[in-house]
Design a protein around this ligand. Structure first.
Ligand code: FEO
Ligand code: CA
Ligand code: CA
Length: 717
């Protein structure tokens, strides 16, 4: 079902490919598991090499115990608004050069060389510090690397129209020159930033600057390495692949590398209507359907139509030649992973960590690493009705690995061997992690799908989670671990497909909301689930709902269950990051449901702990469902900190170690602009960041902003 809350970029979450009848908590099958035991007004960025001053120690970070800023009001203005006393500046936007040889971005659709420019749709972002001599540092505050995702592009029909002079070609075949550009604006970037104590800026000529695109060679690691299902014309032994795609959330490993989740990659592949027949009885037909690629599905951009070179034909996921070594029938199986990058060394190769499963990955968030204990990461699969996952490493944490000589070798040690689990929530506020491995007889003996090896579990993870009866959630997005108590928060952004028939205790709301007079149904505004465990590696957990997102004036007994007010109401929580410096929980929205009243936003929270509220029973006609809700919010515990420009989603956030600067990504401002209006700025939905004084041209651009407090204080205090 399509709702009027749908944004252009939302359609790729709507595959609804989970047709499993997985039970809600109260009719759980008994599965026997084997257990192996601004900027409104402010700012033009100062680009270029400003001299570094010695502000390595501008004061220690300190936990923030009260939200010391005035809340930002809801707004539909085409600007970034931050609280009084703060300044936001744009520092890094789509097309900005990443080396000295690349010309400035003209922003009129004629620019080229995107392999040396910032990519599009800035998403998750992480800080990696440098000291004055350019060595990795966890304490220096005035120089560092920002590693980030460039998830997608603003498009209509097939074309990423803002990067083409006249909007590009919206019919098949796509011209090779347009495809070539689009292939290069996806991926990752690493950019050096520094401050002279007055203003932050990127260093466009830094030797650390790096782009990773859909074409960058990568290596396959973990159980799927060498699998028959990863064999392609490019890599007949199934160990190599090209590129990373639709990278959404990010993370930082305990050993200091960058983690990126591949999310809506399936949408980029074409499958011919007759491909099921061409594949004969290949079990992958079931998997392709489960991962959103039914036979006869068109691709998002038509890249497969760009020509006869592999660059283009790799996006045709059909069995078109004699064997998998002769075509790209398995190309889609090389996407859908958590990928790891060493941001400090651009000569190293990106590694796909298949042990963490294949899905619509949002991010991976790590529990605090404890000496002698496994490394644990939590993850969400962002599509309607998908699952929450946890990875537990086989290797036990050695604190000496916090600063390893070879960071990716540490990644091999902790991320290539381990066990994946998926979550089942029960109505009594408990839950269990169900093992996804051949040691679980439910998987090894499954009649639902043929699992022959751990490689099969790694590649066809959603089917393994179906088989064990995981709980279908309302689109799991970012996870974050509260540094204070280890509790895990996972945003469930919304679910237009949730119905009275399918509500359960952990996904308990289904209601009708009005947007500009039109009805929106399901779990319109989303919620945030919170889990606690004695030890992160335990199979059992306890949970409650930390926050129910809602409009302030909604019914407090059925919808506005967290008592939100005009100072903190929100829709569709997506990004969620705990500050290491301050302990604040930052919540970002990707909303299409409340945008009649406000653009997307960033809120700061002082969260409590699981169980600080109580049980609540919701009534849906003659059906009742009891959930567990955290304590009601007040502006003292949750407050709006930023509202973005028109059409934008607020995506990643990261900070300097002292908590005195935060970097926030603003994605797809103006995404509701029509392709036909690409050269008529008066018709653009947004002209940000040009209207804030940044860069050439008028076309809207995704961008990174930096926010500082005018008195130099800690953000949020
Ligand atoms: Fe890319 Fe789930 O947001
Ligand atoms: Ca509404
Ligand atoms: Ca997201």
């Amino acid at each position: 079902m399509t709702t009027n809350s749908q944004r252009p970029s939302d359609i790729f979450h709507d595959e609804d490919s989970n047709t499993s009848n997985n039970p809600s908590f109260d009719s759980v099958l008994s599965t026997r598991l084997s257990r192996r035991s601004l900027l409104g007004a402010a700012g033009v960025a100062t680009l270029g090499g400003t001299a570094l001053t010695g502000c390595a120690t501008s004061g220690p970070a300190a936990p923030v115990s009260s939200l010391g800023f005035k809340p930002v009001a809801k707004s539909t203005a085409d600007q970034v608004t931050v609280p009084e006393g703060y300044t936001a500046r744009v520092i890094y936007a789509l097309g900005d050069p990443l080396n000295a040889a690349t010309p400035a971005f003209k922003n009129d659709g004629t620019d080229a060389e995107f392999g040396n420019r910032a990519g599009d749709h800035h998403d998750g972002i992480e800080w990696f510090g440098l000291d004055a001599s350019g060595k990795p540092s966890d304490s220096f505050n005035s120089r560092g690397l920002l590693a980030m995702n460039h998830e997608a592009t603003t498009d209509e029909k097939l074309s990423s129209f803002f990067i083409h002079a006249n909007g590009g070609t919206a019919t098949l075949p796509r011209p090779a020159a347009e495809v070539d550009k689009e292939l290069m604006i996806h991926g990752l970037s690493v950019v050096e930033v520094q401050t002279d104590g007055k203003a932050w800026a990127t260093k466009p000529a830094s030797a650390f600057n790096r782009r990773v695109t859909t074409m960058t060679p990568v290596t396959i690691h973990g159980p799927a390495r060498g699998s028959e299902h990863l064999v392609t014309k490019y890599s007949p032994d199934g160990t190599q692949a090209r590129g990373t795609l639709n990278n959404c959330g990010t993370g930082r490993t305990p050993w200091g590398t960058f983690i990126s989740g591949e999310e809506n990659w399936f949408g980029y592949f074409f499958r011919d209507a007759k491909d099921d027949d061409a594949r004969k009885k290949d079990k992958q037909v079931q998997a392709l359907n489960r991962y959103g690629r039914k036979a006869g599905t068109a691709s998002r951009h038509g890249w497969e139509s760009g020509g006869s070179a592999d660059t283009y034909t790799r996006w045709n996921n059909g069995a078109v030649a004699a064997s998998a070594k002769d075509d790209f029938r398995n190309e889609m199986n090389t996407f859908g992973y958590i990928v790891e990058l060493d941001p400090y060394d651009k000569t190293t190769t990106l590694r796909k960590r298949t042990a963490l499963g294949r899905m619509g990955h949002e991010n991976a968030t790590f529990a605090r690493a404890v000496a002698g204990q496994p490394v644990v990461a939590y993850m969400g699969d962002d599509a309607r009705g998908e699952y929450i996952y946890k990875f537990v490493s086989a290797a036990k944490w050695d604190p000496a690995d916090a600063n390893p000589a070879n960071r990716l070798a540490a990644g091999d040690k902790y991320l290539d061997k381990g066990t994946l689990f998926t979550a089942r929530f029960k109505g009594d506020g408990t839950g269990e992690w169900l093992e996804l491995s051949m040691d679980n007889p439910v998987i090894a003996g499954s009649s639902y799908f043929e699992f022959k090896s751990e490689a099969d579990v790694a590649v066809f993870t959603r089917l393994a989670a179906d088989a064990v009866g995981a709980t279908r959630m309302d689109r799991p997005e970012w996870g974050g671990v509260n540094p204070k108590n280890g509790e895990v928060y996972i945003t469930l952004t919304n679910n237009s497909a949730r119905t009275v028939a399918t509500v359960d205790s952990a996904n308990p709301r289904v209601y009708t909301d009005l947007k500009a007079g039109k009805e929106q149904k399901g779990n319109v505004h989303g919620h945030i689930v919170r889990m606690s465990q004695k030890n992160p590696a335990d199979d059992a957990f306890q949970w409650d709902i930390y926050l129910f997102a809602s409009e302030a004036d909604s019914d407090k007994s059925q919808v506005n269950l967290s008592s939100l007010t005009d100072d903190n109401d929100l829709s569709s929580p997506d990004g969620l990051v705990f500050s290491k410096a301050t302990g604040l929980c930052w919540i970002q929205t990707d909303d299409g449901a409340y945008t009649d009243k406000t653009n997307c936003m960033l809120l700061a929270a002082l969260p409590g702990q699981r169980g600080d509220g109580g049980a609540k029973t919701l009534t849906h006609g003659d059906k009742q469902v009891t959930t567990h809700v955290g304590k009601p919010q007040t502006p003292a515990t949750l407050k709006r900190f930023l509202v973005g420009p028109k059409g934008a989603e607020i995506t990643g956030i990261t900070e300097t170690p002292d908590g005195r600067a935060i970097f926030v990504n603003i994605q797809h401002a103006g995404e509701n602009t029509k392709m036909a209006d690409v050269n008529d700025p008066s018709k653009f939905e947004s002209r940000w960041p040009a209207n804030a004084g940044y860069g050439a041209g008028q076309r809207p651009r995704s961008a990174t902003i930096v926010i500082t407090k005018n008195d130099g204080g800690i953000i949020g205090s």
